[in-house]
Design a protein around this ligand. Structure first.
Ligand SMILES: C[S@@+](CC[C@H](N)C(=O)[O-])C[C@H]1O[C@@H](n2cnc3c(N)ncnc32)[C@H](O)[C@@H]1O
Length: 272
């Protein structure tokens, strides 16, 4: 029944989603053509997808504790890679967004095996990606993936978002000087967040509000699976209404949020 309701939502989205022709905002028009709907191939994509394939073929098992679904027990790496990781299409979009906006401080809620983290981190070597994962053995497996890809700009934090997010935000980790800042210390801030963990309404809104305190005019927030459940849809509606939010883009499997004061408040549903 849930699958049928989801399918209906998807069909509705397909009918209402616009392409470039229906976009009047120059910022969104350009973003759609050059980032969202852009099909360029980058060297990093093949390396990450090769790693994904290895994970999909792995016979290894790890003991998992998923704080999002509340499940635990032995799980095949191949099954985690198949079920949890964002697919190639949306991984590439995350890469293109980072490549476009060049955020220096990127936060990810929900590492799993690190596929989306790898896309985020590969797009801008000058960025620092802080990724939080509640399951220690899954985070351990992700670390091996980062090593295999030679990614050095990722900092893994293990623990429940409910506690670790606050710790990360208040620890000063977000203020570390990046190489491109010439070694100067900066104020704590978040340039980009990918929310991909707990897909429930209250936690999602809670993490959003916490991160918002560190956001600025050019921050970009990306929410996974905004139509996955009624709770996620309600959370998305509240996020869209927030007075600090100006432009939102609904791509069905992802929602992108901007705070740019120079834009009029407008919610877009776009085809991808
Ligand atoms: C959908 S997966 C992330 C997939 C990953 N972003 C990707 O696309 O490759 C969500 C992850 O969030 C973790 N998670 C869910 N709720 C959490 C919480 N409250 N605290 C910490 N981790 C959590 C789960 O253990 C799971 O590994």
């Amino acid at each position: 029944m849930k699958n049928l309701a989801f399918l209906i939502k998807y069909i509705r989205y397909q009918f209402s989603a616009k392409t470039a022709h229906g976009i009047h905002s120059p910022f969104v028009f350009q973003l759609y053509n050059e980032v969202i709907n852009h099909k360029a191939n980058y060297y990093a994509f093949d390396r990450i997808e090769l790693l994904r394939n290895k994970l999909l073929q792995s016979n290894d098992e790890i003991e998992v504790k998923d704080l999002g679904t509340g499940t635990s027990g032995k799980r095949k790496i191949s099954l985690i890679a198949e079920r949890a990781a964002k697919n190639k299409k949306y991984g590439e979009l995350l890469y293109r967004l980072v490549n476009r906006f060049k955020p220096e401080i990127i936060l990810e809620l929900g590492t799993s095996l690190g596929i989306s983290t790898a896309y985020l981190a590969s797009a801008n070597p000058n960025s620092k990606v802080i990724t939080i994962e509640g399951c220690p053995s899954t985070a351990g497996a992700a670390k091996k993936c980062f090593e295999a890809l030679g990614l050095k700009n990722i900092e893994s934090v293990i623990g429940n978002f409910d506690f670790e997010l606050k710790n990360v935000l208040e620890s000063g980790i977000l203020a570390s000087a990046s190489p491109s800042s010439g070694g100067r210390n900066q104020e704590s801030r978040i340039d980009f967040v990918f929310f991909d963990g707990n897909h429930k309404k209250e936690p999602t809104l809670n993490y959003f509000t916490q991160c918002l305190e560190y956001a600025h005019n050019d921050s970009v927030f990306v929410f996974d699976d905004i139509h996955w459940s009624d709770e996620m849809e309600e959370a998305w509606e509240e996020i869209k209404k927030h007075p600090k939010v100006t432009v939102t883009i609904d791509l069905f499997f992802l929602g992108i949020v901007f705070f740019r004061k120079e834009q009029v408040k407008e919610n877009f549903i776009l085809k991808m």
